[in-house]
Every structure is written in C-alpha cells, then in structure tokens.
Ligand binder design. Structure first.
Ligand code: ZN
Length: 138
C-alpha cells in the first residue's frame, strides 16, 4: 500500500470565506500516483472546516447566513470563549460544518456523486492556515 501526505495552506482576505479546493485536491491525487484507495481531507485548525457540497454561489451565501444566524460573530461578549480571543463563533461554525471529508479514489479520480465539490470553510481567517490531504491505496 502507498501513502501520500500534503499540506495545503490558505490565507483568506476575509474573516469568513468558502473556497472550492477540489482542483488542489485533484492535483495532490495526481502527484500521489494512487489509482485505487481513499483520500482524506481535513482542516488542521479548530476554526475552519472541510466539507462537500455544490459549488453554487447562492448556496454558499445561504450557508454563511445560516451559520451567522446560528452563531453570530458579534456581539463578541456573548461567547464565554472570548476572554482573550474573538473567535468563539468560529469554533461553533467549524463544529457544525465538520472537520474532514473522505472521498473514494477510483481509477485515479475522486469518485464524487453528482455536483459534489470539496470546500474549505474559513471562519477566522486573515492568517495562514493548513489543510491536510492524506491519500492511501495502490
Ligand atoms: Zn478560539
């Protein structure tokens, strides 16, 4: 069995951002040379998510509105976590949107269902943060 590991780095200009990282994950899969196996993609920070959904701009804005309704960034004082930090909302948003995805690798490609794309969800950006890609198989 082969394994391949790569860290992707993102530094978003906004506090919250949603990036389709499928091209980067595809490039990593090609580098790995693995044709059959599993591909794990996870956020390495507890204020960011990796998730799969449709790359449709309205839906992305709906996610952001929904998350902001569940855990608004402000007032910062509403979160006990925000003693010395201001990212209490980002931890909660990450928990809802998840840490990682696993995608089957079949015949050298990510074996997606219809419209599935991999997203990096950033909830406390404006600094360099990492995503781990780990691919195992043959
Ligand atoms: Zn925090």
């Amino acid at each position: 069995m082969k394994s391949y590991r790569k860290e992707l780095t993102f530094n978003t200009p906004n506090r919250r951002d949603y990036i389709n990282i499928t091209p980067e994950v595809n490039a990593t899969l090609r580098e790995s040379g693995i044709r059959e196996g599993l591909c794990l993609v996870n956020a390495m920070h507890i204020t960011a998510s990796v998730f799969i959904n449709d790359d449709e701009r309205g839906l992305i804005r709906d996610f952001d509105d929904w998350l902001e309704g569940l855990a608004p960034h402000e007032p910062i004082s509403r979160y006990r976590h925000n003693g010395s930090e201001d990212n209490g909302d980002a931890h909660l948003k990450r928990q809802v949107m998840g840490r990682e995805v696993v995608v089957a690798v079949t015949a050298g490609k990510l074996d997606f269902g219809p419209w599935e794309q991999i997203f990096y969800g950033e909830f406390d950006g404006r600094r360099a943060k990492r995503v781990l890609v780990k691919i195992i198989g043959e």
